[in-house]
Design a protein around this ligand. Structure first.
Ligand code: NAD
Length: 496
């Protein structure tokens, strides 16, 4: 079986010269081959999207939103199918995949507000009988480049608002998980979206570079690793595009001595190891404040972590699944060796015990991590988490701010002042107070700070409607005949 591109409302084989395998991480078997596109195919898809987008932009807002509503219904009706494909390609459990689909629905639901969020303003008689109004128009064709870890949520979060605002999209899904996006392509068509408004071009760097350089794509949204996001931001900006790039995370969870430690322990284990830790908002580092807090927390979390069961995506007893690839598995295992070499204490060792061909790494935990260690510095996209022991809230905030990333950060405490200081002083975009995965709901902006995000725009939440549209401001006067508008004046216009 082969997965092709989806252009102009139908599967498109492309040149067919180059294909790559897509694996099932749960058993290591090849699922199918994927057609890889090139920049010529991107150019073709963009030409299709530009034409379709121009018509789509003229379609009434009411009609556009009906299609978003219909897509929502179809995603709900096809939840089991979408979850199955997501689990097969990504390795996450079906329960986790369904949770992801729930958040993807939130994006579709919020996109039905596009007309409200993107409406303009009007000022009557600002001076000299002039009225000023502003309005938003779709930008045209939007390039969406997605990661492997949320095969449904990220493409839908990117595309729903872009489409609702009247744009056409070129989606480049991760080459590791293209099947879910292919099914979404079919669902968009079934929802009544005109052909060519949603297009999917598969592949790797060549397709991405085609998107970054095509002059008919004015806006690019990207989600993925920091190295690639920075490249996309720089190259896209160089080519005159607006770019929103959401990148890596290393999310710290501070636990104060006054916190409900039992609640904090459960929250840490879920937020740290869920989805085999392959979430940008996963907790990566636990920062207990004070020795007593650290010792008590370790006592509470160790049995919970040891009880976690990894397994195939469709094993109903599995708490989390395999990591995405053999390369990823090797990197995660190597990170444990490095942590030990650099002085970390491995208190839970998940390296052994799985003899299937799947890409499994068991939950592992390293104590006594310091800011000098790779375990602190690097994002590890697999179930290896660290404990950084700190002695005060000040030190916890310093350590959190020391990291180059600022995606999410969390505090567990019963003290309002500690929580307030944390939210004000920590430089991360999404903060949790007794909430371990502070991913905002669809009607709030999502996004990190520092090297977790490039570009000042948001592609999810209310700002997305602004990112996916151009603002124009019109000053207009309709003078009565015989007024003073024939008078010559060389002065800069004033509003008097
Ligand atoms: P990735 O950067 O490897 O890939 C992301 C996209 O970039 C894919 O479509 C891929 O094909 C493309 N790509 C890969 N190498 C490229 C290259 N050399 N040139 C051009 N394009 C290239 O990321 P991933 O492994 O798929 O996803 C995991 C990463 O995504 C993690 O770092 C995670 O934190 C991050 N992420 C961030 C958020 C967020 O909101 N901040 C959300 C989800 C995931």
């Amino acid at each position: 079986m082969k997965i092709s591109h989806f252009i102009a409302g139908q599967p498109h084989a492309g040149s067919g010269i180059h294909t790559g395998p897509v694996f099932n991480p749960s058993n290591g078997h090849k699922l199918y081959d994927l057609d890889y596109g090139d920049s010529d195919l991107v150019d073709h898809a963009v030409a299709v999207a530009k034409k379709a987008g121009a018509e789509w932009a003229k379609t009434s807002q009411a009609r556009r939103l009906q299609i978003i509503f219909k897509m929502r219904e179809l995603v709900i009706a096809n939840t089991d199918r979408i979850a199955e494909i997501t689990g097969q390609e990504n390795g996450k459990t079906l329960a986790d995949a369904k949770g992801e689909i729930g958040r993807a629905l939130e994006a579709l639901e919020y996109a039905t507000n596009a007309a409200q969020i993107s409406k303009g303003e009007y000022s009557l008689n600002v001076g000299g009988g002039i009225d000023v109004y502003s309005f938003r128009q779709p930008v045209g064709v939007v390039g969406c480049i997605a990661p492997f870890n949320f095969p449904v949520m990220v493409p839908l979060m990117m595309a729903s608002m872009a489409i609702a605002c009247g744009n056409a999209v070129i989606l480049k899904p991760s080459e590791k998980v293209p099947g879910a996006s292919f099914l979404l392509s079919e669902l968009w068509k079934e929802a009544g979206l005109p052909d060519g408004v949603w297009n999917m071009v598969n592949g790797g760097k060549e397709v991405v570079d085609g998107i970054l350089t095509n002059p008919d794509i004015p806006a690019i949204s990207f989600v993925g690793s920091t190295a690639i996001g920075e490249y996309i931001y720089q190259k896209g900006s160089h080519h005159g595009k607006r770019v929103a790039a959401y990148t890596g995370g290393k999310n710290h969870m501070v636990v104060m001595p006054d916190a409900d430690l039992e609640a904090a322990a459960s929250a840490f284990v879920s937020a740290a190891y869920g989805s085999a830790s392959q979430r940008c908002m996963a907790i990566s580092l636990l920062l207990p404040v004070g020795k007593q807090t650290a010792d008590k927390l370790i006592e509470l979390i160790v049995p919970k972590i040891k009880a976690l069961r990894m397994g195939a995506y469709n094993d109903p007893k599995a708490d989390f699944g395999a990591v995405i690839s053999t390369v990823s598995k090797e990197q995660v295992l190597a990170s444990i060796d490095t942590a030990i070499e650099q002085g970390g204490e491995l208190i839970i060792d998940g390296r052994f015990g799985e003899d299937s061909n799947g890409f499994y790494v068991g939950a592992s935990l390293i104590d006594n991590v310091t800011v000098e260690m790779e375990m602190y510095k690097k994002e590890i996209f697999g179930p290896v988490r660290g404990i950084v022991r700190v002695n005060s809230l000040d030190e916890a905030i310093d350590v959190t701010n020391h990291h180059e990333y600022g995606n999410g950060a969390v505090i567990y405490t019963r003290d309002g002042n500690s929580a307030h200081r944390f939210t004000v002083e920590v430089k991360a975009g999404m903060l949790g107070v007794n909430v371990a995965v502070p991913v905002p709901v669809g009607h709030h902006n999502f996004g990190g700070l520092r090297r977790s995000k490039f570009g000042d725009a948001h592609m999810f939440g209310p700002d997305a409607a602004r990112f996916y549209s151009d603002l124009k401001t019109v000053s207009q006067r309709w003078p009565e005949s015989g007024g003073d508008s024939h008078t010559l004046s060389m002065a800069f216009p004033s509003n008097e």
